[in-house]
Design a protein around this ligand. Sequence first.
Ligand SMILES: Cc1ncc(COP(=O)(O)O)c(C=O)c1O
Ligand SMILES: N[C@@H](CCOP(=O)(O)O)C(=O)O
Length: 524
Amino acid sequence: MAAPPIFRSSFLSSQPLSHTPSAHRPTPYAPLLIRATATSSDPPAASAAAAPIKHRRPADENIRDEARRHTSSHNFSAKYVPFNADADSTESYSLDEIVYRSRSGGLLDVQHDMEALKKFDGEYWRSLFDSRVGKTTWPYGSGVWSKKEWVLPEIDGDDIVSAFEGNSNLFWAERFGKQFLGMSDLWVKHCGISHTGSFKDLGMTVLVSQVNRLRKMNRPLVGVGCASTGDTSAALSAYCASAGIPSIVFLPANRISMAQLVQPIANGAFVLSIDTDFDGCMQLIREVTAELPIYLANSLNSLRLEGQKTAAIEILQQFDWQVPDWVIVPGGNLGNIYAFYKGFHMCKELGLVDRIPRLVCAQAANANPLYLHYKSGWKDFKAVKAGTTFASAIQIGDPVSIDRAVYALQNSNGIVEEATEEELMDAMAQADSTGMFICPHTGVALTALFKLRNSGIIAPTDRTVVVSTAHGLKFTQSKVDYHSKEIKDMACRFANPPVQVKADFGSVMDVLKQYLLSKDSKLH
Ligand SMILES: Cc1ncc(COP(=O)(O)O)c(C=O)c1O
Ligand SMILES: N[C@@H](CCOP(=O)(O)O)C(=O)O
């Protein structure tokens, strides 16, 4: 069979897809590739000189209009099915239905038509996803929507609400790895360097886009609501504001940071500060969304995880499709650990990689129901009353996605670790001292790494990725407390408080000389 032509798109990229499709592939219809002129005679990855001249779109056209001209048909699809259902289960729901639970009250999962996706080989998908990185093409400029065929294949580009989220930095933690862990291949996936400062943007673009579609279909949805420890509410309110959809957020009073609280306020959400903890808020939003035309935006809603799973695909892509040995994720409501598993697993099933990494879920010791469950040998799960933790976004005692998390860990030879308050704050300070500015939840994940390195489970040369879930700037008060040594019963070993000094030259010189001597023995 003659190799199908390589499609070149002047609007997608100046670089064509450079791979030669497999000889075994059925004649493809180039899913969502642009129906541009086939230029099979051109060499792949042609030089800049040979690249086609790109014309700017007409002045009266925006990037959505431009995308509309280029859409193509395909037959990928997805539906809701009961999570981890028996093979003979026939229960399923259209994604256009408003449903969060299976008939038996269990969780749902978004199931893709894998047979349709498998008509294209791993090389095809790798090349397609790679061709979309770093562009402003609607909607593929988003790290989530660059994987649209695997996320919400049927949504119209016009309905998508995106801030071009994703494509976050995979940071080589050279100094931290070397100095504190003797590791040479340690990476931090900065999912918190994002539109609203946390990984929640990845899931929220999907959920709000689907709500946008449902509202256009005249489904009775007046608004979207969530319970939140601060990050879900920030993402929900921003995406809803961008689409002009009302958002309602239930926050546990006095339990989230000021920076997180001000986000939904600024974005015009209807904010309820409720005198309970996150688990109490979660219970309330579930009851309310069952009664009122408010769509539930928490990760109980499996749509969210379709966006979040793209962070896993992105990690593989950033390593040029090589698989890391370990990925460590902080866990609270436990949707994200499953999302990572799902992203990695899809890449394996569709032939992009040949294995998946081992997953580690890290919890704060003050809110550790998954850790206790793991330690009991996965015997019956008990929710806990979550205690106060600096990792306030994971102060959750009754995680809705417990079954998903257990599944992900059992199927990835996974491990669960925990971090005390002192451990997580020290780890955060150590990371910051090497040039990062991480959140306490990432401190929890780094503590897990310290423990697994110290016990020899993670080897010095293992390629390890720590997922940083939120931006440190959302949690400055915890850093202020730590560096002021104002935390009861905590040594704050890595505190770096400012030095108070009189406003005269002699005093300034004295403290500077003392400092320089402590840094450089040659000055002694
Ligand atoms: C910053 C941050 N890290 C980690 C988590 C945990 O994610 P998940 O609830 O999906 O386990 C959350 C939210 O729960 C969060 O906001
Ligand atoms: N940390 C979360 C808690 C809720 O998690 P979700 O993924 O179920 O929405 C938050 O920021 O609210």
